[in-house]
Design a protein around this ligand. Sequence first.
Ligand code: AOF
Ligand code: ZN
Length: 343
Amino acid sequence: MLTDEIWMQRALDLAQLGGGFVVPNPWVGCVVVRDNVLLGEGFHAQYGGPHAEVNAFRDIKDARGATAYVSLEPCSHTGKTPPCADLLIKHQVSRVVICNLDPNPLVGGQGVTKLEAAGIEVHVGVLAEKGELINRRFFYFHRNRRPYITVKYATSADQFIAHPNGDAHLFSNPISQQLVHRLRAEHQAILVGVNTANADNPSLTTRVWPGNSPIRFVLDPQARMDERLTLLQDEFPTYIFTHEVKKTEGYKRWIALGSENYLQKFMGYCEEKAIQSILIEGGTKTIEAFIQEIDVQEIIQIESTEVLGSGISAPNIELTDARTYQLGSDNHWKVQLGEENLA
Ligand code: AOF
Ligand code: ZN
């Protein structure tokens, strides 16, 4: 029904207003409509905060006989808030339209069962592909029980990522930089290798886009990180994955994985800790290792128009299916595999 799609689009638009504040929860929006009149709307605005349905119904006095459009199956579990399916039943809506079912085992179809048992008509799958796209990291994690991995790197036009001596070069412009920070806020963790950490002294936090900072991971098998680095000196947590070294100093933790199957063990650690998504920000060796040994779901290249002539080569990846966007006069943003979320 066309009306269903129009209202669901509204719910999806609202969902995305959760921006960089909801990870590792999904983006969820909800609109309540009766006789084509909008009675209320809301979205999940913050991790641990009220669910979309709670916000949508907050100011509604009478929703009897209304239709609730929810971009994700209403929850059936008592988590940080009571089950949203119960809230819809209490308000006596007569119909619930859902974009995607919730693969989270806590919910997994039971939201629908609960609603139907209460005599509410339930319709699933309106604009399902759009919902799948915006919450692709959440869905991937719950279906596969392993983190969704995005690789991101920035290059010159001649495909170098740094100067020959390893010194960093700023390829991004203010627009692509904002998008990078948006990506950081939308991933649960961010990862670099020790060479990038030592060469760039990055902080890996979210600054030029509103949102939370990801958990910071460094792959440092031989524990070679310079102790003066921001990653070791600031007040935020950093997890350093080594072969042998195991210790804790304040918010900094060194985790020993052994030298055999190191990357596999790292993934095992992430699965155990339920890390939903990881943004890999370099460098070339780390990115190539993930592409060769681990399944990567999304690749993003920022390509500058600048020519370096020589330097450290970019990862050897062919972006055959990439969508390309021009950002400003001197940057291209290429996205491959998972669809882009620039819309
Ligand atoms: C959300 N927002 O609007 C909906 C969610 O820890 P809790 O209690 O916040 O529950 C989180 C789970 O609830 C989440 O993983 C998803 O399965 C379900 N639905 N979550 O954060 C919402 N509707
Ligand atoms: Zn809920």
